[in-house]
Design a protein around this ligand. Structure first.
Ligand code: UDX
Length: 435
């Protein structure tokens, strides 16, 4: 199949590279000349394990190409995927669809012969109808069907999520479009990944409802963690105890500093707005959004209170800045609010992150970025573990002890058991368990 990806950001690049790896001919298009030039030269603009290798291999074999010119590629395409950004619109939290609409207009002018136009960007319910209308208005001769095919990739595990998905959701009533989508995903049938065909609106809602549910699940366990601290229970055991009930499931019950990233914060907000507009408010999700927002600053207050309540002039080492491990993505990372709140209270921040520091630097003024955890810990009155990178799972506490001013670890991801740390003379404060 000939496939075009419009938008070579996270979703477009991962999806395009994986489709090419399945043997399809893929052209990734982006307006950003610098990004396309970099990709052509083999430089990957994001950190995603395994992606660089797949891109290089498929560029070499000719399955994958990059361009700023949509027309030629779209004319030969069986399917054109829209994978452009849908940021939160300033002011009201609605998804900003201007890039999607613009892509639809350009696709309308470029396609030749029957083409499936597939929205992969996360878009509010009804956007597929808009895309269809815009294409029809721009080029009444365009022979297209518009399908919704949401992605469920997690950053840091995107390649395996793409190649071994729990399910593939395709929203379209058009039999020709179903056939093309079946062909495109045929390579996954060997993994027995179920393909689910729905209406377009249903597919659009599945994506938002899925992300909102996961965000709610995380927020639930975070609130239970707070209660555990008050009543002297252990949230990890509560999570294990409830998670082994099949109806609940054990995943996404890890208490921490609140969810961040490019999807959950934006998608929960957009779903809340859509629901309000349709007079079917989602109060659970409204509350989820509010609780998660407050939680990030509450984590800074937790650090401050572990340090005795006054942090003015004291040094705090922050280990981990990205919203989760195995990404360099700083979008909506809890570390942003935590560091800001600590600085507002007068603390001096030293920080280390394995991949995120380049992205973090412009967002975090007055932070001393360090070469490793031990340099960050120099003279620190507390170490706060904010992101659970693998390399923070076996820290050398003897070395840390020599570096710090006070041996105090605030472990916001519950990486360490208290006994492991206390034998090195450290006091540990975790999330959702007794100090
Ligand atoms: C998410 C969805 O998982 C994915 O299906 C969707 O396509 C995009 O959004 P991603 O944002 O990459 O993926 O990260 P994810 O692994 O889901 O984590 C999101 C946030 O929740 C992170 O900040 C993470 O630290 C936090 N989290 C996750 C928890 O705090 N506890 C958990 O148990 C799980």
């Amino acid at each position: 199949m000939n496939i075009v990806m419009v938008g070579s950001g996270y979703v477009g690049l991962v999806s395009g590279a994986c489709f090419a790896d399945f043997g399809h001919n893929v052209t990734c298009v982006d307006k950003d000349v610098g990004k396309i030039d970099a990709l052509k030269a083999g430089r990957i603009p994001i950190f995603e394990p395994g992606l660089a290798e797949i891109v290089a291999k498929n560029m070499k074999s000719g399955q994958l190409a990059f361009t700023t010119e949509l027309n030629e590629a779209a004319a030969a395409a069986d399917a054109v995927f829209i994978a452009v950004g849908t940021p939160s619109r300033r002011g009201d939290g609605h998804a900003d669809l201007s890039y999607v609409h613009e892509a639809a207009r350009e696709i309308a002018r470029a396609v030749k012969g029957f083409t499936v136009v597939v929205t992969k960007s996360t878009v509010p319910v009804g956007t597929g109808d808009d895309v269809e209308r815009i294409i029809g208005e721009t080029n009444k001769d365009a022979d297209i069907a518009v399908a919704s095919n949401p992605e469920f990739l997690r950053e840091g595990a995107a390649i395996s999520d793409f190649k071994r998905p729990d399910r593939i959701v395709v929203g379209t009533d058009d039999p020709r479009a179903r056939q093309v989508m079946n062909e495109i995903y045929r390579p996954l049938f060997i993994n027995a990944s179920p393909m689910m065909f729905t209406t377009r609106r249903t597919a659009e809602l599945i994506k938002y409802a899925g992300n909102a549910f996961l965000a709610m699940k995380i927020t639930f366990i975070n609130e239970i963690a707070d209660l555990c601290e008050r009543v002297g229970a252990d949230v990890q055991e509560v999570a294990r105890g409830i998670g082994s009930d099949n109806r609940i499931g054990s995943k996404f019950l890890h208490a921490g500093p609140g969810y961040g990233g490019s999807c959950f914060p934006k998608d929960t907000l957009a779903l809340v707005k859509t629901a309000q507009d349709h007079d079917a408010p989602l109060r659970l999700i409204e509350t989820t959004v509010a609780v998660n927002d407050q939680r990030k600053r509450a984590m800074a207050r937790k650090i401050i209170s572990a340090m005795g309540g006054d942090v003015r002039g004291k040094t705090i080492a922050i280990l981990g800045l990205t919203f989760k491990p195995n990404t360099d993505d700083m979008r909506e990372s809890p570390a942003l609010s935590i560091v800001q709140t600590l600085q507002d209270a007068g603390a001096v921040i030293r920080a280390y992150d394995p991949e995120g520091m380049e992205q973090a630097k412009p967002l975090m003024p007055d932070v001393a970025f360090c070469k490793n955890p031990y340099e960050a810990a120099k003279d620190a009155a507390a170490i706060a573990l904010v992101t659970e990178w693998d390399q923070f799972r076996a820290l050398d506490f003897k070395r840390l002890k020599k570096a710090v001013a006070t041996p105090l670890l605030v472990d916001l991801r519950n990486v360490y058991r208290p006994d492991e740390v206390s034998r090195h003379g450290f006091t540990i404060v975790g999330v959702g368990r007794k100090a």
